[in-house]
Write a protein that binds this ligand. Structure first.
Ligand code: NAP
Length: 364
């Protein structure tokens, strides 16, 4: 593989993906979006003979096809799931180009699953749920598991406080779209709880971020873990609250509103939630993910806590993707995969640390 087409290549995440790909790998990158001029301006800013630009609309196969002609992998860093993710998925299959996305969307997962047979049969590798969350929770659990003989419990928790000043974009619409199918199951005492049930736990994120109340949130990447590790009896992902007003007032309003008026409420409720997160949250502005894992090592009970964090949430989204793409030629297998399952976790976190992510692992 030599050329990566980045759909959304001049967005917040796309720009960082392009920069890190040029710095850390030998891949050529093509910056793509619906605006040819913006794509070209950013490609020029990158100041590299390996960076090119093109116009491509992920919702329009006629504009995607020529862009894919020069690519080996299509990296989808644009909020396409609120449009129709099927278009880009189908067009990549037809063009016989590998695919990687960073979206949180059960609709997209269903579409990908419906094409899984064809993807494998065409010898293509499609990777979904890459990034921070989704993306890292299962990779961090696999990282902890690699340090033990057998893993019995592995809970992950995310702290997300990006600070103010970020504008509302279609990516927030997409997040709201994803919330319509919000699932909150966790794996407890060897069984999944109901997807509609909530779990709440406190997690200690270290001296600077302190102890935070976190709420369960399900990602597809968690589902296969109990089968992967038959000794695992407890697992799940929990996300920290933002600030009391957003958590206690705005979030419940948003979830009820999305049920009552699923189409019309997305933009106004998205704006309300974004306003609460941007204006009411207080420092420290950081994004973090931790795992608390228990298991056996050399016949004795051990506990491992591992945490990765960055002051910039877009960096903590882009860096894992690039770290994964650094090992892509080695781990690539035909079929549909989740990034957190296909990645080699020890190397992944080592490369992330080299790219500026703070890593901490404590053995007890
Ligand atoms: N996995 C994770 O941890 C994680 C974390 C954060 C974000 N994300 C996801 O990352 C994606 C990007 O988020 P972001 O905040 O970086 O978004 P952003 O800054 O709004 O950038 C989106 C980019 O996509 C382009 N775009 C939008 N619609 C397009 C289309 N139909 N065809 C081609 N390009 C299109 C936009 O340019 P034009 O409008 O000019 O086309 C823009 O360059 C979102 O899907 C978001 O959900 C994932």
């Amino acid at each position: 593989m030599s050329t990566i087409l980045i759909i959304g290549g001049y967005g917040y995440t796309g720009k960082l993906l392009a920069k890190h790909l040029l710095a850390q790998t030998d891949y050529d990158v093509i910056i793509a979006g619906r605006n040819a001029e913006r794509a070209q301006t950013f490609a020029d800013e990158l100041n590299s003979p390996r960076a090119k630009a093109t116009r491509a609309d992920a919702a329009d196969p006629a504009s995607l096809r020529p862009a894919l002609q020069n690519a080996d992998l299509c990296l989808v860093a644009a909020p396409v799931t609120s449009l129709n993710p099927e278009t880009v998925i189908r067009t990549c299959i037809e063009a016989e180009v590998d695919y990687l996305d960073i979206q949180y969307s059960f609709t997209k997962l269903n579409i990908l699953n419906s094409h899984a047979g064809e993807i494998k049969q065409k010898n293509l590798c499609f990777v979904t749920e890459a990034g921070y969350h989704p993306g890292l929770p299962s990779a961090l659990i696999r990282y902890a598991a690699s340090k033990m003989d057998c893993i019995e419990s592995a809970k992950t928790a995310g702290y997300l406080n990006m600070g103010g000043g970020l504008p509302y974009t279609e990516a927030v619409d997409e997040l709201m779209e994803g919330f319509k199918d919000y699932q909150a199951q966790v794996f407890k005492n060897g069984a999944w709880t109901k997807s509609s049930s909530w779990d709440m736990q406190k997690f200690d994120f270290g001296p600077e971020l302190g102890t935070r109340t976190c709420y369960s949130m399900f990602f597809e990447e968690l589902r296969g873990l109990p089968e992967m590790y038959p000794t695992l009896k407890e697992t799940g992902f929990y996300i920290s609250g933002s600030n009391w007003f957003t958590d206690a007032i705005i979030t419940p309003i948003a979830f009820i509103g999305l049920k009552v008026a699923p189409r019309r409420s997305i933009r106004p409720l998205g704006r309300l939630l974004w306003w609460g997160m941007m204006n009411l949250s207080r420092p420290p502005y950081r994004v973090a993910l931790k795992v608390q894992a228990k298991g056996q090592l050399n016949g004795r009970q051990v506990e491992i806590q591992a945490r990765c964090e960055h002051e910039d949430g877009y960096e903590l989204t882009a860096i894992p993707v690039v770290a994964f793409l650094m090992q892509y030629n080695k781990v690539r297998r035909p079929g549909l995969h989740l990034m957190g399952h296909l990645a080699e976790p020890v190397q992944l976190f080592k490369d992330m640390e080299r790219m500026g992510v703070q890593m901490m692992t404590i053995f007890e």
